[in-house]
Design a protein around this ligand. Sequence first.
Ligand SMILES: [Zn+2]
Length: 73
Amino acid sequence: MAYDSEEGGDPRGSWCPKCQLPVRPGEPATRMHFAEDPYGHLGMSGKLWHGACAQPFWDTITPLLERLKKLGG
Ligand SMILES: [Zn+2]
């Protein structure tokens, strides 16, 4: 599967890690940060995710972040 010939600019600009498709300018997108990937080495954190792709993860990471806050505080 190659998206090199995808129209609409540089397809390598921002890729959604969830669906493996480019996040196009103007689309709803969220920059995500995961506790499991604080430096983005896993290709999860610091990336733009489609809003719809990121949304299910909020349920997952929000309790995690709350727990970390409690541990740290
Ligand atoms: Zn996506």
